[in-house]
Design a binder for this molecule. Structure first.
Ligand code: ADP
Ligand code: GLC
Length: 476
């Protein structure tokens, strides 16, 4: 039995802003089949504490980065959790990373240093009667973990998974003491990055193995365009870097049993869901493809390209139903576009149930991202017979097979890809999409091919297991 502690800042179903939470909630269960006991260390945000009952206090801290704290243990939704109950860090109104206006919390460096610090403490001293063999941190919020392992002289190996290189978790050098970091390691070999403290760099330099969430993104990360300043560090650590594509929680995302929709086993069952979805979004019945998009609204996701390219889709009788929230400027431009186009409907907000209904009722799932480490909504789309139209980048390149004539005739095609990632190429992709949609036989084949594709966690969990095995063997 390999004992692994995930150090992570969000975890579905308790707290989620994006795909990281889905991974943290599903991968531990999938690893259970590989004789791994994976537990999850999570900040005790207000919303998390409100959902937990029957927790057991395992540890108390007089001063965890500015106030008293407790380490609580519980099992929730099948997940074994350690939760850091530290009101001065996590009990507040607003989001988990920022306030109600979307502004990052100024004390984020300390809030997530505390997460990493407690992770290292558990590796060093155990939690109750349990001590992990491996620490597995995710994104910059867990990046300082190897620094605290070093301070504690603890040699439990650290695996670091990069879900998104765009966030570095930097802070100024005058925080060294406050963050309890070793001043002797404030250098380019550890966590110093252009004169600042970088939690992401600490994780990349201190990890025994680095993974990211698709093979293509693992290659892209080595380039200046996608590495966003960290490409040099990643090239330096290239021998330890690998890509493991994400899976989806196949129980939660199963069209045959999904309680949010009219369940179906073949794509023919989508018609009733499409009708309901059009009603929900106030769209008229139409002969064209109904495209759906569920996303954070940020620069990364290419939402601005959509506004320029949509006229092509609409000119062929297509429709768009969009659910998302984020950048206020993008929200306004989408709402304005919808106000002037009866075939475009936009809901601003976050709605898990509606996102399931969109997968079931949509003909096409759009993912026009400028970069996408893996992406999950195209995977949900494949499972639901909702054909993905995606940018050719990162995990989108790895999980969708473009409907070229050869791929169509081989019954391999599952979706449509466009490149370069700009409005003109997306416009052309909408034209190709509408032409395919007008050929019901071809369209059915695309849907069927997608629905057959394996998108669960089994194969990728096996790859994580192999990494853990390699490390525990090396240290025993
Ligand atoms: P990222 O992690 O970059 O946001 P992913 O595609 O990996 O992108 O994961 C996004 C996850 O968040 C998916 O589960 C998606 O369904 C969900 N999601 C994003 N925005 C919303 C929203 N507004 N309402 C409901 N679910 C959303
Ligand atoms: C990040 C990425 C996304 C990925 C998710 C889970 O948020 O933007 O592409 O699917 O993490 O790994």
């Amino acid at each position: 039995m390999t004992k692994v502690l995930f150090v992570v800042s969000e975890c579905a179903p308790l707290v989620k802003t994006g795909g990281l939470a889905d991974v943290a909630g599903a991968l531990p269960l999938a690893l259970g089949a590989f004789d791994c006991d994976v537990r999850i260390l999570l900040p005790g945000y207000r919303a998390v504490m409100a959902q937990l009952s029957k927790t057991r206090v395992l540890e108390t801290y007089d001063d965890l980065f500015g106030g008293p704290a407790k380490l609580r243990h519980c099992v929730h939704a099948g997940l074994t959790l350690y939760v850091i109950d530290a009101p001065h860090l996590y009990d507040r109104e607003g989001g988990i990373y920022g306030d109600v206006t979307g502004q990052d919390w100024p004390d984020n460096p300390a809030r997530f240093a505390a997460l990493s610090y407690v992770g290292a403490t558990i590796a060093d001293k155990g939690a109750g009667d349990w001590t992990p063999d491996i620490l597995h941190g995710h994104d910059w919020q867990a990046g300082l973990t190897p620094e605290y392992l070093h301070v504690a002289a603890c040699d439990v190996p650290f695996v670091f998974t990069v879900h998104n290189i765009a966030f570095h978790g930097n802070t100024t050098a005058d925080q060294l003491n406050a963050l309890r970091l070793a001043p002797t390691r404030f250098n380019a070999d550890h966590f110093e990055f252009w004169g600042q403290i970088s939690a992401l760099k600490a994780g990349l330099m201190g990890a025994a193995k680095i993974t990211t969430v698709s093979l293509t993104y693992a290659e892209e990360l080595l380039t200046p365009e996608f590495g966003i300043g960290m490409d040099g560090v990643l090239r330096y650590r290239k021998a330890e870097l690998s890509g493991i594509v994400n899976g989806i929680d196949a129980a939660t995302w199963n069209p045959a049993t999904d309680p949010n929709i009219k369940p179906y086993k073949s794509a023919a069952g989508k018609a009733a869901n499409k009708k309901m979805l059009q009603k929900t979004f106030g769209l008229d019945p139409s002969d064209g493809p109904l495209c759906v998009l569920v996303s954070r609204l940020t620069e990364q996701k290419g939402i601005d390209l959509l506004v320029d390219a949509l006229p092509e889709l609409l000119s062929h009788g297509g429709q768009l139903a969009l659910l998302g929230s984020g950048d206020p400027k993008l929200e306004v431009s989408l709402l304005e576009f919808a106000a002037h186009n009866e075939n475009v409907a936009v809901k601003i907000g976050y709605d898990e149930n509606l996102s399931h209904q969109m997968m079931a009722g949509g003909d096409v799932i759009l993912v026009p991202s400028r970069f996408e480490p893996c992406g999950l909504t195209q995977l949900y789309g494949l499972r639901y017979g909702t054909v993905p139209l995606v940018a050719l980048t990162g995990g989108l390149a790895d999980t969708v097979i473009n409907a070229s004539p050869a791929a169509l005739s081989n019954n391999a095609a599952t979706g449509i890809q466009f490149f370069p990632v700009n409005a003109q190429a997306l416009t052309n992709a909408f034209r190709r999409l509408c032409a395919l949609y007008q050929q019901p036989k071809v369209w059915k084949i695309l849907q069927r091919n997608g629905m057959k594709q394996a998108v669960g966690w089994d194969m990728s969990a096996a790859e994580y297991h192999a990494i853990y095995r390699g490390l525990t063997k090396a240290s025993s």
